[in-house]
Design a protein around this ligand. Structure first.
Ligand code: MOS
Length: 737
């Protein structure tokens, strides 16, 4: 089904099932421990041996020698695989996937600290771990580049839509920023930094690999089945149809599991060498440096406005670093779209670093970008003597500020801000910083806009109807804790007119049609739109079987009705199962309409007057993100995102050792994230929307919107509480001194 005109009325509009809070259909399986996660496929892969990954102990250099003798002789060891063994194992074509910047098995060259150099396979986990510790590797260490500020001094501009033929490649310009900024009566020129972040998901990277002849089955933990499937085939130099790639349950990913990682590759290699199934989980201390992270940024924002608060000039520049051939953290994205202003400039620089590979973490680009932009807006409001809500409202735009002929498909930023202000009691905020005290606490309120783009992705599904009236959906969509199982069941139930418990949902398997997958807050809307498309076909088949005119058939209450004729849905499949497959694809509506999601975050904090420690007191998010398919699971997404935003404001930071080129705090004891005790009451409000330009579900993403802006709202609340403006995240107590 091609979506190339705005959606008209359709069966989803009935909203008998869609749009209603529904408990997770996979909840009981998960809470009783019966949902098999990657490491738990004991039944399908009996007798699995254990693989332990050996990570490089230097960040940059060459392996000079590897002594495996002691490890080989250790109890229980079945096999050891290094890059030197690939040829004789039949992987002479071993390479790198499309989505990895760096090889997932290094050697002799070492690209980053904890890059995998070997896997040791043994009968038990303890034996594998003990033997891995006996692997002796000597390195020739070379000088790496680990200092972002230093590397950015000579880093080139990157990206930008005006690359070709432009005087300044990598820079996007509208009007004359410099002249407008120079002429503006009120200006701000400020720099902000965000550190490297780790996804720190609950379930570690884990895989079980099992070979039958030259065919491989992999149970893994991955957000994007088709990407992982393709990249595993590419990495191992095998045809895709020889690999079954499965990830039915995922214990969190946050972008870290968008891509194939070393656990999958090493499990496959280890299983081949050992001649039996092998399971590999990356130990927590390996994850921060072996896998990807959100890259640190250095951002500069300049805003010029007239005295009445109209922005006339806005510039956002961001620098980040990555491995050679890596990509920038696109922290300037939202600044292209969020506020009006005739003269604009955005630019990114990308430095080459020898730190581990940087890549997407929840709301890549916007999450760190909003942490800077929305503090800059707060600073600017103060300079103007304006209320920060009013300043944002004044600079709202209903058109793409870079291409004014394009309108937003829907944009209720102003309503999010004003309705949020009402609900939060914003008028009680004292605009004078450090003026409100509650015992030892300095109390302040902060606000930030929320913004995240909505992304269209093609997404396919297969739907079956059997003679009992059970509807089964198969798609390679994943559920990374987000509620995909449930919203897909709701969609199929709505379309086929059956209760949710008459729908079976099967996900996360390369044998099923390729879906959008889970990432970039594009999963829910696109994957359900793919199920919608398949159900449209199934409805036609049902009508045909029953001899009804498919133009006027209604599906409700387990019955199919056409005029004065009616039948049980199951009857249509009495003579044999019906199977329909389709996918949603997108035309160029996006050229005419900018698809984005909006919101507002309100935060109240207390800052301890004696220690500088910050405690959250209240949080509110108001979101405008199209139709909300399941308000309960969407709320869970948003409160989780708000929690992550608190982490980014106050705690999260991978500390770089500039001498040895590694993230020092590579475990959950030292990489701090909020726990329940850190998070107070959270309110989430969804505005009533349905975006007919987005897809037939009229839904957009929400899981990342909930994060974008939270960090800045916390920072702004801290400023309001203390009068101390901290522009370097995380805002730890030492920075108040
Ligand atoms: Mo998200 S960082 O695209 O999983």
């Amino acid at each position: 089904m091609k979506f190339d005109t705005p959606a008209g009325a359709n069966p989803i509009d009935r909203m008998a099932v869609v749009g209603r809070a529904h408990d997770r259909i996979d909840g009981p399986l998960k809470t009783t421990g019966r949902a098999p996660y990657a490491y738990e496929h004991h039944r399908e892969a009996p007798n699995a041996a254990y693989g332990q990954v050996v990570g490089a102990a230097v960040a940059k250099g060459m392996v000079r020698s590897m002594d495996l003798d002691a490890a080989r002789a250790a109890p229980g060891v079945l096999a050891i695989v290094t890059a030197a063994d690939l040829g004789k194992l039949g992987f002479g074509q071993f390479g790198k996937g499309k989505f990895n910047t760096v090889k997932l098995l290094g050697g002799p060259a070492v690209d980053h600290y904890h890059q995998a150099l070997a896997i040791v396979v043994a009968e038990t986990f303890e034996q594998a771990r003990a033997a891995a510790n006996l692997v002796r590797i000597d390195y020739t260490r070379s000088q790496g580049r680990f200092d972002l500020d230093e590397a950015l001094k000579t880093a080139p501009l990157t990206g930008g839509s005006s690359d070709e033929g432009s005087a300044a490649p990598g820079m996007d310009r509208v009007g004359d920023f410099e002249a407008a900024f120079a002429a503006a009566p009120v200006t701000l020129d400020a720099r902000y930094t965000t550190p490297d972040h780790s996804h720190a998901m609950m379930e570690p990277f884990a895989s079980i690999a099992s070979w039958t002849g030259d065919a491989l089955t992999l149970w893994t933990s991955n957000q994007m089945i088709a990407w992982g499937h393709g990249d595993l085939a590419k990495t191992l130099g095998m045809p895709k149809d020889k690999i079954s790639f499965q990830s039915a349950y995922v214990g969190g990913g946050f972008g870290g599991k968008l891509f194939l990682r070393t656990d999958a590759v090493m499990a496959a290699l280890g299983a081949k060498a050992a001649g039996r199934p092998v399971k590999v989980a990356l130990p927590r201390p390996l994850i921060a440096n072996n896998t990807t992270h959100r890259p640190a940024t250095r951002q500069r924002i300049r805003i010029g406005a007239t005295k009445d608060g109209t922005i006339t000039a806005i510039a956002h520049e961001s620098g980040s670093g990555d491995q050679p051939n890596g990509s920038p953290e696109t922290a300037v994205n939202q600044t292209k779209l969020l506020y009006a202003g005739a003269n604009r400039l955005t630019a990114m620089r990308l430095a080459v670093l020898d730190l581990p590979e940087g890549n997407a973490m929840r709301a890549p680009g916007e999450a760190p970008g909003m942490m800077a932009l929305e503090v800059a807006m707060d600073e600017m409001a103060e300079k103007l003597g304006m209320d920060p809500v009013a300043f944002r409202v004044k600079n709202d735009t209903q058109v793409d500020p870079e291409k004014p002929t394009r309108r937003f498909s829907q944009r209720q930023l102003v309503r999010c801000l004003t309705e949020g202000a009402d609900r939060f009691g914003w008028t009680r905020r004292n605009p004078k910083p450090a003026a409100v005290r509650d015992g030892r606490w300095l109390v302040g309120m902060g606000v930030a806009s929320a913004f995240r783009n909505h992304i269209n992705m093609a997404s396919g599904a297969r739907v079956r109807l059997d003679g009992r009236g059970v509807v089964t959906v198969e798609t390679d969509m994943t559920d990374i804790g987000t509620g995909s199982y449930t919203i897909i069941a709701q969609t199929a139930a709505e379309m086929m007119g059956v209760p949710v418990d008459a729908v079976v949902v099967r996900l996360g398997n390369s044998a099923y049609p390729v879906s959008a997958g889970s990432g970039g807050q594009f999963g829910a809307a696109n994957a359900t739109a793919g199920v919608y498309a398949a159900c449209v076909k199934l409805r036609d088949q049902v009508a045909q079987r029953l001899g009804y005119n498919s133009a006027d058939v209604a599906f409700a209450g387990g019955k199919v009705t056409s005029g004065n004729r009616s039948a049980d849905l199951a009857q249509a499949a009495a003579a044999g199962e019906l199977v329909a497959q389709d996918k949603i694809e997108f035309g160029d509506l996006e050229k005419q309409w900018q698809l984005s999601t909006f919101g507002a975050h309100f935060v109240e904090v207390g800052v301890d007057a004696y220690t500088g420690a910050t405690r959250l007191r209240r949080m509110l998010a108001v979101c405008a993100a199209g139709r909300i398919i399941n308000p309960k699971s969407a709320r869970s997404q948003v409160i989780g995102a708000m929690t992550m935003g608190v982490g980014s404001a106050l705690m999260e930071e991978l500390a770089v050792d500039p001498r040895f080129g590694l993230f020092v705090n590579h475990d959950l004891a030292t990489y701090e994230v909020p726990v329940h005790a850190d998070i107070p009451h959270q309110d989430v409000v969804f505005l009533d929307e349905a975006d007919d330009k987005a897809n037939p579900m009229k839904a957009k993403g929400v899981g990342e919107l909930g994060l974008c802006g939270v960090g800045a709202a916390v920072a702004n609340a801290i400023y309001n509480a203390t009068g101390v403006r901290i522009r370097d995240y995380p805002i730890t107590l030492d920075k108040h001194l």
